[in-house]
Design a protein around this ligand. Structure first.
Ligand SMILES: Cc1cc2nc3c(=O)[nH]c(=O)nc-3n(C[C@H](O)[C@H](O)[C@H](O)COP(=O)(O)OP(=O)(O)OC[C@H]3O[C@@H](n4cnc5c(N)ncnc54)[C@H](O)[C@@H]3O)c2cc1C
Length: 445
């Protein structure tokens, strides 16, 4: 049988190789380290964790990442098995001894008779065969150039600029209102496409003070600040002048507060729909390098967001990722060259766990293809399915930015209470539905 080739033995590529071999299909896993290095990796091992040693929450009832752990364990995932074996005490989180973990992944893959690990950079993309590209946020420059040759220059970004994303049902609509600036749009839905949060002058001044005082994260060593003026962090805009934001993303023009039409807001924060379900909204132009704790405090100062629950917080990182909603089909293949399947962070998911989960799915799909079969993704009621559905179609392509798994990606359950208060009942219902549906999907294979 023809082998599946995988480029990149990170979290995604390692998991994909394992899944393919478990299906009885041979694999060649190409890894450029240690002969070609990245600024973040330190070893030549597979599945190296480049920064934190945590796979985040292990709670599979109340947390979407914990649910992803559950699904990967149910699918016999190597990353979860080795993480469990090298687990360190960390309360409810799954933290690991990073060196022991990645050495164990490497040894397991090397010992598998169906897996061959080849050292070397792949610089070109072949137009035949069955390939998985899992080269991550630090895809080598030569391969990035080859990818851009196939997808167009704009379709592979080198930095992300992530604005915080809010669960729509936690926005206080007795304060905020729906309206596009100057009521622009052909349809009623377009004229009401944004949610607006008004600020008085004292509220604006207090917000700017909080932005300036907030703790920020630095770029990692070697991660040069290559973002440009078009997507400056909001705190940097505020440093340039207290009025800068009021003339930029917070300008109050072209908007009328439907709750109080006579009163002109001093500044307005706008939120834009982030997914087709309409469950998530991003805060427009609010990419930031504030620390997560500071972000929650500062953004809850915005009128209408006092009780907001955040599906993800903002960030700016060196990150190679595709505009997957326009480029990939639901089998994670490049639409215009389907012998190439993408997996991991390069598809626009973010985080070790999400990347490994996309590796697991791509691996199973590639193995099915090698056997002349077709594997559909799991339903989007599951964590794996919700994530792949988001990147390959559910997300807004125009403003696509990397995404963590979160319950905002799941189809809502009828008759369940929304908002932060409803979480105690809603989340266990989501996770139970996901476990049932994921088990049923596995049973079909
Ligand atoms: C500085 C930094 C800090 C981060 N911190 C965190 C964190 O704390 N927590 C978290 O969850 N996520 C973090 N991330 C994101 C993290 O990198 C991903 O979540 C995860 O590693 C992605 O897995 P992956 O398999 O897609 O990519 P990777 O794990 O990066 O694997 C990709 C592999 O492909 C190889 N490769 C690249 N190009 C080629 C080529 N042309 N030929 C052959 N091999 C190639 C690379 O050497 C690498 O081994 C961080 C990322 C960066 C850059």
């Amino acid at each position: 049988m023809e082998p599946v080739n995988i480029i990149g033995a990170g979290l995604a590529g390692s998991e994909a190789a394992w899944q393919i071999a478990r299906a009885g299909v041979p694999v060649i896993l190409h890894e450029m380290r240690p002969s070609v290095e990245t600024f973040a990796h330190k070893t030549g091992d597979c599945a190296e964790m480049v920064c934190s040693n945590s796979f985040r929450s292990d709670d599979d009832v109340m947390n979407a990442v914990g649910l992803l752990h559950w699904e990967m364990r149910a699918a016999g995932g190597l990353i979860m098995e080795m993480a469990d074996r090298h687990r360190l005490p960390a309360g409810g989180a799954l933290a690991v001894d990073r060196d022991a973990f990645s050495q164990a992944v490497t040894q397991t893959l090397r010992a598998d008779p169906l897996i061959e690990i080849r050292n070397g950079e792949i610089a070109d993309l072949p137009d035949t065969g069955n390939w998985i590209v899992a080269t991550g946020p630090l895809t080598s420059d030569r391969l990035a150039t080859a990818i851009r040759g196939l997808t167009g220059t704009e379709a592979l970004a080198f930095f992300d600029a992530i604005a915080p994303i809010v669960h729509a049902d936690t926005i206080d609509m007795s304060v905020a209102w729906e309206q596009s600036r100057y009521d622009k749009g052909e349809t009623e839905a377009e004229r009401r496409a944004y949610i607006n949060c008004p600020m008085t002058k004292p509220q604006y001044e207090a917000f700017i003070d909080a932005l300036l005082a907030a703790d920020k994260t630095e770029f990692h060593e070697g991660e040069t600040a290559g973002y440009f003026d078009g997507c400056l962090p909001i705190e940097v805009m505020a440093e340039r002048g207290r009025e800068t934001l009021r003339h930029g993303p917070m300008k109050p023009v072209g908007l009328t507060n439907t709750h109080n039409p006579e009163e002109k807001a001093y500044a307005v924060v706008q939120l834009r729909r982030d997914n087709a379900l309409g469950t998530l909204y991003n805060i427009v132009g609010f990419q930031t390098k504030m620390k997560y704790g500071a972000q929650t405090q500062v953004f809850r100062m915005i009128p209408g967001l006092e009780n907001a629950s955040f599906a993800r917080l903002g960030g700016i990182h060196r990150n190679s990722f595709l505009n997957s909603p326009t480029l990939l089909d639901d089998r994670m293949r490049l639409r215009n060259q389907p012998n190439l399947r993408f997996a991991g962070q390069v598809t626009g998911v973010e985080g070790y766990v999400e990347s490994a989960a996309m590796g697991l799915l791509a691996g199973r799909m590639a193995a099915a293809q090698a056997k002349g079969q077709d594997l559909a993704p799991p339903p989007f009621t599951t964590a794996t399915g919700a994530l792949v559905n988001h990147i390959t179609g559910g997300a807004e392509a125009r403003t696509f930015q990397p995404m963590n798994v979160n319950f905002g990606l799941f189809p809502p359950l009828d008759q369940m209470k929304g908002g932060r208060k409803g979480r105690k009942d809603r989340y266990p219902a989501y996770t139970q539905r996901a476990k049932d549906d994921f088990s049923a999907w596995l049973a079909t294979q």
